[in-house]
Design a protein around this ligand. Sequence first.
Ligand code: ADP
Ligand code: MG
Length: 263
Amino acid sequence: RNLTARADAVTSVGASSAADATPVLLLDNIRKSFGSTQVLRGISFDIRPHEVVALLGPSGSGKSTLMKCVNLLEQVDDGQIWLGNTDITDPRANQDRIRARIGVVFQQFNLFPHMSVLKNVTLAAIKVHHWSRDRAESRALELLDRIGMRAKAGAYPDQLSGGQQQRVAIARALMTDPELLLLDEITSALDPMLVGEVLSMVAELKSQGTTILMATHEMSFAHDAADRVVLLRRGVIAENGTPREVMDESEDPETREFFAHFR
Ligand code: ADP
Ligand code: MG
């Protein structure tokens, strides 16, 4: 399969030195409807290694649906999604193996309340990916240590702040050293005071080279931390460019109107 040719067929703004590399993620003309509602109507873009891409758009524009398609929680109706060299929309693809290559954090309800932090972080690695308990626990403690949460390994979620819970959820998503991290409005349910510590962790991951697709309404974070912004509108990509190009310099009246709400 000629992936490079496929990638070239997709609009890719901000060509960089990584432009020749196989994309970490490539969406090729994705379509998804629920009943008669066409939510995604031909979505194509790619994410290069180490890129942080902010997925923006009004509520209901399909950000979560897009991410669920990437994580195989929803099936696309048409189009292909490539994770590296794997066509993950191929029905023969091994779903558990693909999920181990993608870390996911949602808006809320990420941790099981009746399980300790350590248990939460190790559960999928042990049950889904068949790691030994020793391997899972040592990896989990290493990740918790990195975010200053090792001392909380035995705590339960309700003993943590919402920000700490989301940071643990991110640590859990990193267990299998995924190629791609999907963050779906991970700060939207947080007390405003706690948003900063979670966004700082995302910035830290970016500086370590983690490839990230994040749906967010934190416009100043998207502006300052994202390499690229993809704006969804009515099921299609309205904008795909650098934060500056899309958020500051777009001539499109609807785009300008959308960002004006957040000023
Ligand atoms: P966003 O994350 O941008 O707010 P969503 O992807 O959650 O948008 O939703 C996009 C549209 O798809 C909305 O109109 C929503 O009501 C609809 N939708 C999402 N999931 C389902 C579902 N499982 N069944 C029916 N409609 C859905
Ligand atoms: Mg959503």
